[in-house]
Design a protein around this ligand. Sequence first.
Ligand code: NDP
Ligand code: OXD
Length: 313
Amino acid sequence: MEKGRILLALTGIHPRRWRELLSAEREVALEPEGASDPSITYAVVWKQRPNLLSSLPNLRAIFSIGAGVDHIFADPTLPDVPIVKVVADNLTQHMTEYVVWRVLDHHRQGMLYRSQQPKKIWHEPPQRPAGDISVGIMGLGTLGRAAASALLSLGFAVNGWSRSDRPMQGVSTYSGEAGLIPFLNATDILVVLLPLTAQTQGMINHGVLKELRKRNGLGGSVLINAGRGRLQKDADILRALEDGTLKEASLDVFEVEPLPKTSPLWSHPKVFVTPHAAATSDPVHLVPIMLRQMAAFERGEKLDNLVDRKAGY
Ligand code: NDP
Ligand code: OXD
């Protein structure tokens, strides 16, 4: 197979560094130059413009610069070529750090201490062992499993929920619709690391949050969402915080991003907001993986980390 050219189509991310690094081995075109170009065989994308990829007559594969691929499926004329998602130690490590950071902050009462400090309050709440707290990870894939092992090593009890049965040593695993309620009922801190698909959209709603375990050493249930914003209903989270269903939340993703300045989530005392920054795609780490995959594909080898188009992730 001939050495293919790349179309780089990124929305909301500056292409300069990606282009420089990809260009070390291959010719790279940006829009509008690359649109409809028959010499393009690969597209490297983030939220590509609808109908762009179907204009490329010789496209052989699409590479997402993120682990999530919902941004690719938003295109109504997506061509039927393999889609590769990101699996990279660097990204996984960042997500593990985010999850551990947020779990420990809620577990060690960070929100309470931050509210006490300006008032100079010297008050220490009871300290529970990590083993009294169950962290439930929704989405026991690449990122969920890595976070689960880090939490296990800190002594937390860990539950995991996935679409298919995914046993993991030391983790109580649940799967499918039948496993959802038992999983939630056994979970104090819910960590969402699901992909956004037709099945998962909107599933973090008040009804689901109500099923979280109530009698726990934290003084209430906690939600941490670093998957996708449209998995959750922002209004239901606010309601759950108001009526005591949730004690606190850490949110990295939102139904609308950037989170509108008018959203009450920004100033809610029980919400910790980060701007979709849990695990940023770093071209220095990701481009070599993509270039290796392209070269291997041209030698007739299989592409790794392929998206299952039917499942949507
Ligand atoms: P994977 O594809 O490796 O794992 C996805 C997991 O979700 C799998 O365990 C899968 O089940 C499970 N799942 C999917 N659909 C369902 C369903 N309907 N019911 C139950 N479980 C389901 O993805 P990654 O771990 O690599 O990434 C997860 C997500 O994290 C990405 O899709 C992206 O949205 C988000 N992300 C966010 C970032 C951020 O900065 N905030 C950065 C990177 C990723 P099964 O194992 O059975 O297939
Ligand atoms: C991703 C992301 O999907 O950054 O990788 O959200």
